[in-house]
Design a protein. Structure first.
Length: 54
């Protein structure tokens, strides 16, 4: 896969019924691992206030 060195996550959501269980945190951590493996040097996203503690 030939990804650019700088990538942006446009959107990711966890069902509100599953909020507070660390699912979003796990998804973000795995995304970071996979991006690093692919050679991405910078990964950014815009987070909502619901994700502030994340």
């Amino acid at each position: 896969m030939n990804l650019p060195r700088f990538c942006r996550l446009e959107a990711a959501f966890v069902d509100p019924d599953a909020a507070g269980r660390g699912i979003g945190k796990l998804l973000a951590a795995e995304l970071e691992v996979q991006a690093k493996k692919a050679g991405v040097k910078e990964l950014s996203l815009s987070a909502s206030l619901n994700a502030a503690g994340f």
